[in-house]
Design a protein around this ligand. Structure first.
Ligand SMILES: [Zn+2]
Ligand SMILES: [Zn+2]
Length: 311
């Protein structure tokens, strides 16, 4: 009989004086409970996702709260088998912005971050301030190809490491006096991003409690969100409400080869020199000639492979 299992997602910003000791304790705890997943610990807090038996997950939550105090755990479908192994590590940052020295954290969390808004408060802000409100995507630009807030500004970033240069480029100075709502998948990236923005002269910065996930749970396809949500597990993307069949669903993603509506990213076939994840529909991905990212050298690799296969 299959036992019930779950995946937990969580983070907390809290000063940790001895991250290594916490790491060893967390590792021992997860091993004892048979949990797999990935946990990062820094002197600023903890960021993790683990999966396993439902009772083991409950015990993990209880023990972790004993140390970290009140914190929110998001439960989702899955289990230990969704992770290759258990990895518990100490890092300079629990999200790699390349700014460990700039981030300030106290018992209440990140110091000097954006004002937290509940999903309904986001809508109220837009009702009151109208087009003046700017949505600022706190994710990698690729993620916004399949879904984003309506009319959002999507910075040109490949990883969170690119944000500081992007914020300091001058490109976004026009929004420094406007109400800016930063957003990301579950909220953790914006805890840091909103503080980095305020430090760089953005005067009125907000962040969404629980991120896009919570906003989407509340409003589905009938709010200010458009399209799918990129997720970092096997699913690759998820939709709100009843999904793409929802009359309110906005199809943003399209296959780069045939143009058909598509929300699934795949790896470019030229895996040796290209790490691109690109939007390619199932049909085009099944044909090696259209399984590349569009770059000239990648297209050439795809043609060569096709020739070898006698396609
Ligand atoms: Zn296609
Ligand atoms: Zn490529």
């Amino acid at each position: 009989m299959q036992r019930l299992s779950k995946i937990l997602l969580y983070y907390k910003f809290l000063p940790i004086s001895d991250p290594k000791a916490v790491m060893l304790w967390q590792r021992e705890l997860c091993e004892r409970l048979g949990l797999n997943g990935r946990i990062l610990i820094s002197e600023h807090g903890i960021n993790g996702t683990v999966g396993g038996d439902i009772d083991a997950c409950k015990e993990y939550v209880k023990k972790t709260k004993e140390y970290f105090g009140a914190m929110e755990f998001k439960w989702s479908e899955g289990g230990a088998e969704d992770f290759p192994r258990l990895s518990v590590k100490v890092r300079d940052e629990i999200v790699a912005f390349g700014a460990p020295g700039e981030l300030k954290v106290d018992e209440n969390g990140v110091v000097g971050g954006g004002v937290h808004l509940k999903p309904e408060e986001v809508n109220t802000l837009v009702e009151e301030r109208g087009d003046d409100v700017v949505f600022f995507d706190g994710r990698n630009a690729m993620e916004a190809e399949i879904g984003k807030f309506k009319d959002a500004v999507v910075p040109d970033v490949t990883t969170t490491h690119d944000f500081i240069a992007e914020l300091e480029s001058g490109k976004y100075d026009w929004m420094k006096d406007k109400p800016v709502v930063s957003y990301c998948t579950g909220g953790i990236r914006c805890e840091i991003l909103s503080a980095l923005m305020k430090n760089r002269g953005f005067k009125e910065v907000y962040q969404i409690d629980g991120g896009i996930v919570r906003y989407g749970e509340k409003y589905g396809n009938d709010g200010l969100w458009e399209g799918s949500l990129y997720v970092f597990d096997k699913r690759m993307h998820t939709e709100f409400g009843i999904g793409t069949e929802d009359p309110g669903f906005v199809q943003l993603g399209h296959c780069i080869h045939c143009g058909k509506g598509n929300n699934k990213f795949v790896n470019c076939v030229n895996e040796d020199t290209c790490r691109q994840q690109v939007l390619i529909c199932d049909e085009c991905a099944a044909d090696v000639r259209t399984s590349h990212c569009g770059r000239e050298d990648c297209a050439a690799v795809a043609s060569e492979l096709a020739a070898k296969q006698g396609a």
